[in-house]
Design a binder for this molecule. Structure first.
Ligand code: RP5
Ligand code: MG
Ligand code: MG
Length: 279
């Protein structure tokens, strides 16, 4: 497990709130640090209790480390600690307590669909990378509206929702703008994505995400799955259109120099390795 870095970004996303600075050697909870004085922050929008979010911890009794009604409060990384009634980030200190922008105390479950194809010339030939000489993969990437960073078109798993459905729904919403389509068009998009995603994808990663929204008490976890179009005649033909929390969408070359949101670059590195592609 790598140490979280983005979860310690100096300014909390969407706010002016500064995290209490946590140096590398003080991330681990086991390291005694009496001076640690994290800032408490929960976004004002969450305090208005939207139905997709938990209430404040004082006013309910969540069942941590288990399935709590339809809300999955288990972690992909095993049992997490609960201290004074609040779950503790399994990767250590972040400099901020409360939930920040995240709806759930403890793990917030997401799913990331990594749709790939080979980069080709107009004549259909694959282009090997100039330096590595390996074929280059491309993946469907979205530009997040919240921070302007390029990312996998992932999103939150709704309570009780199967991850396989979240992958299809989020891809449809963010990369194909299904939410703005007419009911008939929407059904067509869902049907097409269902077909394309029906070949059991390759599970790339399952666990903690180093997301800038993480706090000492709330964090992102994901299941990232790769759907690869080997021949270039299925996903390559999709009419991409950005929607929901995506401002732009396009095919981006899979390359180690491409900066991506949260831990997404780490997931693509695994895909490149498994497919023997350029990285
Ligand atoms: C990341 O946040 C996950 O990997 C996923 O891509 C994303 C889910 O959050 P939203 O896109 O719904 O904000 O940690
Ligand atoms: Mg979404
Ligand atoms: Mg999203």
């Amino acid at each position: 497990t790598t140490m979280h870095i983005k979860a310690r970004c100096p300014v909390y996303p969407g706010s002016d709130t500064q995290r209490f600075p946590v140096p590398d050697d003080k991330v681990c909870w086991a390291r005694n640090w009496p001076e640690y004085s994290p800032v408490n922050y929960t976004a004002p929008s969450l305090l208005q209790q939207p139905d997709w979010a938990d209430p404040e911890i004082s006013s309910f009794s969540p069942q941590f480390n288990s399935l709590d009604g339809s809300v999955d409060r288990t972690s992909h990384d095993g049992e997490y600690c609960v201290q004074y009634g609040k779950p503790l980030n399994p990767r250590g200190r972040t400099g901020l307590t409360g939930r920040g922008l995240l709806g759930r105390w403890g793990p917030n479950h997401a799913a990331d669909p990594i749709v790939t194809r080979w980069k080709r010339e107009s004549d259909g030939q694959c282009v090997p990378h100039a330096i590595s000489k390996r074929p280059v993969l491309q993946f469907v990437s979205i530009k997040r509206k919240d921070c302007g960073e390029w990312a996998i078109p992932g999103g939150m798993v709704d309570p009780g929702e199967l991850v396989s459905l979240t992958l299809q729904r989020e891809f449809s919403e963010e990369a194909m703008n299904s939410l703005q389509a007419s009911p008939e068009e929407r059904d067509k998009i869902y049907e097409r994505i269902k077909q394309l995603f029906s070949s059991t994808g390759f599970q790339v990663y399952k666990g903690y995400v180093d997301d800038p929204r993480n706090t000492d008490n709330s964090w992102m976890e994901t299941v990232a799955v790769n759907f690869h179009d080997e021949t270039g005649d299925s996903v390559s033909a999709l009419p991409l259109q950005a929607g929901d929390d995506a401002g732009q969408v396009c095919w981006i070359d899979v390359d180690s120099s491409q900066a991506l949101y949260a831990s997404h670059s780490q997931f693509l590195q695994i895909v490149a390795k498994v497919r023997h592609a350029h990285w």
